[in-house]
Design a protein around this ligand. Structure first.
Ligand code: B12
Ligand code: SF4
Ligand code: SF4
Length: 399
């Protein structure tokens, strides 16, 4: 039997839920109801219809419709408890530049420590257990952190955590966009918070800075061009037209967040599991990554989100970085690798170099300036212009 708490008791319960979530290490907590997310559904369906999801075949229209209807996810659902955990690295001052090439190839900030899915889910299940203890009954609940059918950003916005930035990330007043999101959907009718309001005003820094032109319009990501997609989700070859624009990014990309004025104010993470020492760190030597066999990859990346790219994908990314650094000898060796994708990515880079070299009368265009010395500005000049990559589709199911 469900308890019937009056409004005052529910307000008190919501305050205790928030205090408990904060004590569990959540920096931001808010509550929203279980009404459908109509605007998120329509925007996401339109984005899917335009091919915005590229090769993420698991992101289907059917999944989006279900995700945006909370009572389809949990019969009897009444409210979401939305949380955000800040991840701006504590070992970097605000606005610090990305790691220099000598330090290694770049790892996106969210992925430097331990896998945030595990970290946030542990906190959220602990919150569910606390709620059950507090109410003295079992609670119907589902926990969502990224990989579930749930519009994480729309839930967080409606629960008051932050507003949508033009780079599509949720911007919060305390942690900027460097915040990872999760939620508990439950049958407890907690009183909702007001949705967050705010906007980017006339700023377009992220659109202007994106190295590949993957933000063709405010609030729209073209995944097929996005370095985050290409280095994490995409399987197979990174299209040769985009390869130089990937620059020194080994895993993920933060450029559209680095330039965001809201991140100048972002508080540093207080989550020990997100510290660089807890995981892969800020940067990895691309030659070492290329040399990893399956066993060393597993051992080095235990509990790390970098495993999302898989052994093959990370080694392919290492080839791309080495190509962009002009490491011809490493590419020549990689062109004889046992892995067909690694081999083909290296051969494509060497082939492109030879082609460009012929056109320019040089012996090898890979000896041209490396990433970080002006390549980004040339990429910016090309913003929105390079040809779309071929629509290679590789499917992979998520939860
Ligand atoms: C697929 C996916 C990707 C794809 C597509 C990205 C995208 N922008 O859609 C790729 C692989 C490219 C990607 C990249 C990244 N991702 Co990602 N990704 C997801 C995932 C799994 C689904 C997102 C999705 O459905 N996209 C489709 C779009 C159309 O929908 P949406 O972003 O969910 O929400 C839109 C609607 O809600 C809509 N909307 C609804 N109402 C309204 C009202 C108004 C007025 C407006 C303007 C908009 C609006 O606007 C939102 C933004 O476009 C979510 C987790 C999840 N389950 O939600 C994480 C998630 C969005 N990713 C996350 C992160 C951290 C990243 C990266 C920063 C990682 C990195 N450093 O490399 C990059 C950022 C790239 C970027 N600029 O977006 C975080 C974002 C946290 C935050 N603060 O926003 C999430 C929420 C995971 C999590 N639980 O923390 N990601
Ligand atoms: S700046 Fe990077 S993460 Fe942002 S949209 Fe462009 S390629 Fe994707
Ligand atoms: S860089 Fe500017 S436009 Fe982009 S998300 Fe930040 S405030 Fe908005």
């Amino acid at each position: 039997m469900r308890e019937s708490l009056d409004r005052a008791a529910l307000i008190q319960l919501a305050a205790e839920v928030k205090a408990t979530a904060r004590a569990l290490g959540c920096d931001l907590v808010g509550i929203t109801d279980a009404a459908p997310f109509d605007e998120a559904r329509e925007r996401t369906l339109a984005w899917l219809a335009r091919g915005g999801a590229a090769g993420m075949a698991w992101l289907t229209a059917e999944r989006v419709r279900r995700a945006c209807d909370p009572t389809a996810l949990l019969p009897g659902a009444r409210s979401f408890i939305a949380v955000g955990v800040g991840y701006r690295p504590a070992d970097e001052p605000r606005g610090a530049p990305p790691p220099a090439a000598e330090e290694g190839a770049q790892v996106a900030r969210y992925a430097r420590g331990r896998d945030y899915h595990d970290v946030l889910k542990r906190k959220l299940w602990a919150l569910v257990r606390w709620l059950e203890g507090r109410l003295g009954r079992s609670v119907a609940a589902r926990v969502f952190v990224d990989d579930g059918p749930c519009p994480d950003r729309a839930v967080a916005q409606r629960a008051g955590l932050g507003f949508f930035g033009k780079n599509t990330n949720l911007l919060t007043r305390t942690h900027g966009s460097y915040v990872l999101l999760g939620s508990v959907l439950t049958d407890v009718p907690l009183p909702p918070d007001p949705p967050a309001v705010g906007d980017c005003g006339s700023c377009t820094r992220c659109l202007d800075a994106c190295p590949t032109g993957a933000l063709p319009a405010p609030y729209v990501v073209d995944s097929a061009r996005c370095i985050s997609y290409l280095t994490i989700e995409h399987r197979g070859l990174i299209p040769e037209a985009l390869r130089p624009l990937v620059g020194d990014h080994l895993f993920g990309c933060d450029v559209c967040q680095e330039v965001c004025p809201w991140n100048r104010l972002a508080a540093a993470t207080r989550e020990p599991a997100f510290a660089s020492e807890a995981g892969a760190g800020r940067a990895l030597d691309p030659a070492a990554v290329l040399a990893w066999d399956e066993a060393s990859y597993r051992q080095r990346l235990r509990g790390s989100p970098l495993k999302r790219a898989k052994h093959q994908g990370l080694r392919r990314n290492a080839v791309v970085v080495l190509a962009n650094r002009g490491a011809v000898a490493a590419l020549q060796a990689a062109a004889r690798d046992a892995d067909p994708v690694v081999r083909a990515q290296a051969a494509a880079a060497l082939g492109a170099a030879e082609g460009e070299g012929k056109a320019e009368g040089a012996s090898c265009a890979l000896l041209a300036p490396s990433a970080g010395d002006g390549r980004k500005s040339s990429a910016r000049r090309q913003h929105g212009r390079p040809a779309r990559p071929p629509g290679t589709v590789y499917s992979e199911s998520r939860d």
